[in-house]
Design a protein around this ligand. Structure first.
Ligand code: NAG
Ligand code: NAG
Ligand code: NAG
Ligand code: NAG
Ligand code: NAG
Length: 311
């Protein structure tokens, strides 16, 4: 019995040792032939796939600067109204399943793609990378994504003031009720640092993809398949609270003032960010301005080069 325990200890020690020296090579080099990869976009809440002033113009911008690479702006549901409503009312697990199917059926993506998520689209695309490794995502760019959730939603883009107030009330008083988890997208990544256990037990999306309750090793393995995970933080963000969530950081448990550095938080190890960091796959960018307030110039200067890499 003692020997067996000892053996088990030794095996887990070996695994730990392995984790410290990860294999940083890409497992799949099929598309390293000088071709710019296609790009998949996932819009934020209060937006849709195809409004000409938002995703439409980003799509055009990418096409212009990548010699016309294929850009797919995801539409969740059969039309633009459903797509808009999905941002508030369709559970992220359902949305991610739907997107995984769409991506798998798109022949143009079969050899891999780069992805850009806007706001909550950032954590949703990370879920796609973790749950659906085929077709392979190569570079994930998260613009203002909330990777450790939100604790506060001072404004709701494009909703009326009364709807926004209602949503904020639900989040503050009932986020972890089952019916709210099922019906309000933002509740699924509501992260109450004063009630970490309720979050771990009840968050029906974020706690899962962040391995808070169970360690799903497949999630870490799949995330590690990315060549780069780029997180962009908006320094003067008035929508995402705390804004450090955009860099995967959050309040230390038990209070809502002090932010815990990423490398000291559990999630750093639990979903393999530590290995990604050692392999230099994590990139942290910041930009002055409010939530998603990026200029075309900044986009072209900072993000387009990431899309043009063809190694
Ligand atoms: C991928 O690239 C690495 C480094 O260039 C190389 O060692 C490895 O053999 C390649 N893998 C495949 C499957 O071609
Ligand atoms: C590179 O590979 C992609 C995907 O297989 C293919 O569509 C493309 O034509 C290739 N490009 C070159 C220059 O071989
Ligand atoms: C852009 O694409 C065209 C047509 O596929 C090709 O002839 C041209 O060489 C490409 N230009 C660059 C800069 O890759
Ligand atoms: C935005 O935030 C940064 C960092 O906190 C600060 O230095 C800068 O002055 C702010 N800019 C504006 C326009 O408020
Ligand atoms: C976390 O990172 C900071 C800055 O890079 C470093 O000073 C600190 O020692 C690290 N902490 C741990 C626990 O690795």
């Amino acid at each position: 019995m003692f020997l067996l325990l000892y053996a088990a200890y030794f095996v887990s020690f070996l695994q730990l040792g392995q984790a410290t020296y990860p294999d940083c090579h890409d497992s799949d080099n099929r598309s390293s032939n000088g071709t710019v990869l296609p790009v998949v976009l996932w819009h934020g809440m209060g937006d849709t796939c195809c409004f000409p002033f938002s995703m439409g113009s980003i799509k055009k911008l990418i096409e212009e600067h990548t010699n016309g690479t294929y850009v797919r702006s995801l539409e969740i549901g059969a039309n633009i109204v459903l797509d808009y409503e999905s941002g508030f009312f369709i559970h992220p697990n359902k949305q991610v399943d739907y997107v995984c199917k769409q991506l798998a059926e798109d022949e143009k993506l079969a050899n891999g793609y780069n992805a850009i998520g806007f706001s909550q689209g950032g954590q949703f695309l990370r879920a796609v990378a973790q749950r659906c490794p085929n077709p392979p995502m190569r570079v994930l760019i998260s613009l203002g994504g909330q990777h450790q959730g939100i604790y506060g939603l001072p404004k709701c883009p494009t909703l009326s003031v009364s709807s926004c107030e209602y949503i904020t009330k639900l989040l503050n008083y009932a986020a972890y009720e089952d019916w709210v988890q099922n019906e309000l997208v933002q509740a699924t990544y509501w992260h109450d640092p004063l009630h970490e256990n309720s979050y771990r037990l009840k968050s029906s999306f974020l706690a899962d993809i962040n391995n808070e309750l169970y360690i799903n090793e497949r999630y870490a393995e799949n995330l590690m398949k990315l060549r780069k995970f780029v997180m962009v933080k908006f320094l003067n963000d008035t929508i995402v609270q705390p804004k450090e969530s955009q860099w995967f950081e959050f309040y230390a448990p038990g209070q809502d003032k002090h932010i815990l550095p990423l490398n000291e938080s559990k999630v750093f190890k639990n979903i393999g960010l530590e290995q990604m960091h050692i392999c230099k796959k994590l990139h942290f960018l910041s930009v002055e301005g409010d939530h998603l307030a990026i200029s075309k110039e900044w986009f072209v200067k900072e993000l387009v080069p990431l899309l043009l890499e063809t190694y």
